[in-house]
Ligand binder design. Structure first.
Ligand code: SF4
Ligand code: SF4
Length: 281
């Protein structure tokens, strides 16, 4: 998921109804299990997706169910390799467009295969794959969806941001607290604001204090399908939380002492302040 220029430049009115494949060289594969791996950093994740994409095209014919089932047997992650061992992680998620864009997506989708649908061989079935829409679709406002679309540089960050409503909402709420008013659609449309939002969403890629299992943000992968709430970083070092606590939890933060917590707070505060200033300018 190389860091190309963010290419989605639509207006809030052009936010697509379905967020999975919005165009602009990015897409989301979160509900297919993209991040459900103990090694969920971007380089490792990208390498896994690329390797299985090459293997898929070398060995599979979507009309040949046996070839798909053999591929699944070989490439589906073992429970011990996943963060949530019982949560399916589909091996048919790969890189689209011959790897020339940053789009991830379903390699057995009929749109990728001249109308032939291989999704019944995946970890769900075609009806589930076709019908599922995550909470972002119903919960996020149009401006929130738009902010994620223009502010996510590539598929790695996009999938983490679009599935974290709280992280998006907190940015707007903190900017409103600083400026005395919610950012308007007109203010959000300025180039400087987009750049500041991008810097904020980039924290999802390279958060220095992300716990080993922190890619799921606010929740901790537990036994089975349990996802208990992640202890906030202030709780981890027994101090009072401040206004950045929700953001730090969304980033899956793990700190060892108060000094680390203060560094983490200052780091995220700088991105939030830059966004608020851009909105107000
Ligand atoms: S997590 Fe949401 S946006 Fe991402 S692929 Fe699934 S339904 Fe689409
Ligand atoms: S078969 Fe379903 S779960 Fe698997 S990659 Fe395709 S859409 Fe995702």
């Amino acid at each position: 998921m190389s860091r190309g220029e963010s290419a989605w430049r639509g207006t809030p009115q052009e936010v697509p109804r379905i967020l999975c494949q919005p165009g602009g060289g990015k897409s989301c594969g979160a509900c297919c299990g993209m991040y459900n791996h103990k090694r969920a950093g971007e380089p490792e994740l990208r390498a896994r997706l690329e390797a299985r994409t090459v293997a898929f095209h070398a060995n599979c014919d979507v009309r040949d169910v046996e070839s798909l089932m053999a591929f699944r047997a070989e490439w589906e992650d073992a429970p011990e390799d996943k963060l949530l061992g019982e949560l399916p992680s589909c091996p048919f998620l790969g890189m689209l467009d011959d790897g020339e864009t940053n789009r991830v997506g379903c390699m057995v989708h009929p749109l990728q295969n001249d109308g032939v649908d291989g999704r019944d061989c995946g970890v769900y079935d075609r009806d589930t794959c076709e019908g599922y829409l995550c909470a972002a679709h119903s919960v996020m406002s149009r401006d929130e969806k738009w902010l994620v679309l223009v502010g996510s540089r590539d598929s790695y960050v996009y999938g983490l941001a679009v599935t974290d409503v709280r992280y998006v909402r907190e940015l707007l709420a903190l900017a409103a607290r600083r400026n005395g008013a919610m950012p308007t659609g007109a203010a959000l449309g300025r180039e400087g604001v987009r750049e500041a939002a991008e810097a904020y969403f980039e924290l999802k890629r390279e958060w220095p204090w992300r716990a080993e299992d922190g890619v799921f943000g606010q929740v901790v992968p537990g036994e089975g399908l349990d996802t208990p709430r992640r202890p906030g970083p202030s709780e981890q070092v027994s101090v009072e939380p401040d206004e950045y606590e929700p953001l730090l939890r969304c980033l899956g933060t793990r700190v060892e002492d108060v000094a680390q917590l203060e560094d983490a707070r200052a780091f995220v505060a700088a991105r939030v302040d830059a966004f608020a200033r851009a909105v107000a300018s």
